[in-house]
Design a protein around this ligand. Structure first.
Ligand code: TRP
Length: 453
């Protein structure tokens, strides 16, 4: 499902939707979303998140796909083909950097996930999952080793052309993942304390929005979850055939991605609130790893569900990691003419180097666990820089590019090619011209003002 070096095309509309969903569905949904909801104070965050998805990110997803299909190029080249001789290609360059930046922390969390397959098999997490997690993430050789393992598998997939294998993974394993999540949600909703968790998750307490940081983290999370703002979807769109209706496919991807994130919340919060003294706002990146083992422990044959869960999540994370690595690699090949192998080796090594401080930020090295001046850990800093700043900025540039450089009329023509379905073209034009850019700008301003206090 990643990208063929020769300019291939998706076999069918369903194939494309599954490939794009394979990139979108990953740690962002199951690890990122509940973590951000917890830090953002619950249901109020969920409301802002859904608004960001429908008003800002949905229109931008359609825009990225349209740019990709029109230009038939990876991001930097795509901007150059549509508007040669202008600095718009810098938006693509930002995406190339973001690919490396995001993958650097993504591989760390994916490494934790792989570790938890084993810890569930051996029963190591049984007992006190919180204490176990703290121990685990402060173990430097283990966390760095697992991160390296993720990077090697990801690089291997991109080099080895086992893409058809991955595509098969997505088609069979994604339904399995959804089925398992449904099952786990049912179990978590029947735990004692579930109603308290459900209220926290779904009954908005709008006074929480007084913390204006919520808007920025919801926006960043929405971009991250949909693989938007850095050109991944431009690249995917470049493999679309002219017979595939972009808008309809985009709606499917959004529906799949958002329902999987929503389900993850339905699992984490009811389970979390069944634990005495649970406080989602202080759990940080370890939230799902400390909460889920309790859920599995409450189920007959729980270890089996646990192993299946972490296995499926690892696969989902790997398919997303592949799509992240592909952007900088494709760039070096397309624009700088590097051989594929060299591009993969160099980008993988660079990303791994940047990943080390994140892997050591869970207690292994004090300076990375509590950064001087900032007070947060290095991994959280990476999430903030790339998800909350770089992706919305990339999204803003993409919206402005379509609206004012490429022009909405041209983009709409691309979207409606061969009579493709595009409900209310005027609505999409309005969202991409005004609502998305203004929404992102307002959130940037609000965030800066909140930071200045
Ligand atoms: N969306 C993926 C997830 O939720 C992560 C991801 C893959 C991504 N490719 C991306 C995020 C490109 C931003 C941009 O796990």
């Amino acid at each position: 499902m990643a990208i063929a070096a020769d300019r291939g095309a998706w076999g069918s509309r369903v194939g494309f939707i599954l490939a794009a969903a394979g990139s979108a569905v990953g740690l962002g949904n199951i690890w990122g979303f509940p973590t951000q909801v917890g830090q953002g104070g619950g249901a109020a965050f969920v409301v802002v998140y859904l608004a960001c998805i429908s008003l800002i990110c949905g229109p931008i997803l359609i825009a990225e796909l349209a740019i990709g299909r029109r230009s038939q190029r990876s991001p930097v080249a795509a901007f150059r083909v549509i508007r040669p001789g202008t600095p718009w290609w810098l938006a693509g360059a930002l995406g190339v950097l973001a690919g490396v930046g995001i993958l650097s922390f993504y591989s760390v969390i994916a490494g934790w996930t792989i570790g938890y397959i084993w810890f569930t098999v051996t029963g190591a997490v049984d007992g006190d999952p919180g204490a176990f997690f703290a121990d685990f993430v402060s173990n430097a050789p283990l966390t760095v080793g697992l991160t390296a393992l993720v990077m090697l598998i990801t690089a291997g997939v991109i080099l080895g052309g086992v893409r058809s294998g991955i595509e098969r993974f997505t088609t069979t394993l994604m339904p399995l993942l959804i089925g398992l999540l449904l099952l786990l949600a049912i179990r978590s909703l029947t735990l004692p304390g579930a109603s308290e968790g459900l209220a926290y998750y779904l009954r908005p307490d709008f006074s929480r929005m007084a913390d204006l940081g919520v808007f920025n983290s919801a926006l960043g999370q929405a971009f991250f979850s949909l693989s938007l703002g850095m050109g991944t979807m431009i690249t995917y769109g470049s493999y679309l055939s002219r017979r595939t209706a972009i808008a309809g496919s985009a709606l499917w991807v959004i529906a799949l991605d958002t329902s999987i994130a929503f389900l993850a919340g339905l699992i984490i919060f009811p389970t979390g609130f069944s634990i005495p003294d649970f406080d989602p706002s202080t759990s940080g990146p370890g939230l799902i790893f400390t909460v889920l083992p309790r859920l599995f422990a409450s189920m007959p044959g729980g270890a089996l569900f646990g192993v299946a869960f972490f296995l499926l999540l690892s696969v989902a994370a790997l398919t997303s990691a592949v799509s992240l690595l592909e952007v900088p690699v494709a760039h070096l090949i397309d624009v700088h003419g590097w051989p594929r192998t060299r591009a993969v080796i160099v980008v993988t090594a660079g990303t791994m180097l940047l990943a080390v401080p994140s892997a050591l930020a869970g207690g292994a090295v004090d300076a990375f666990t509590r950064l001087p001046l900032l007070g947060t850990d290095f991994l959280t800093l990476m999430v903030t820089v790339w998800n909350n700043v770089a992706l919305p900025l990339g999204g803003l540039l993409i919206a402005l590019f379509v609206a004012y450089a490429w022009r909405v009329e041209e983009a709409v023509r691309e979207l409606q090619v061969e009579g493709a379905w595009l409900p209310y073209p005027g609505l999409w034009g309005f969202l991409i011209r005004y609502v998305a850019p203004v929404g992102i700008l307002v959130i940037i301003v609000v965030t800066i003002r909140a930071l200045l206090g």
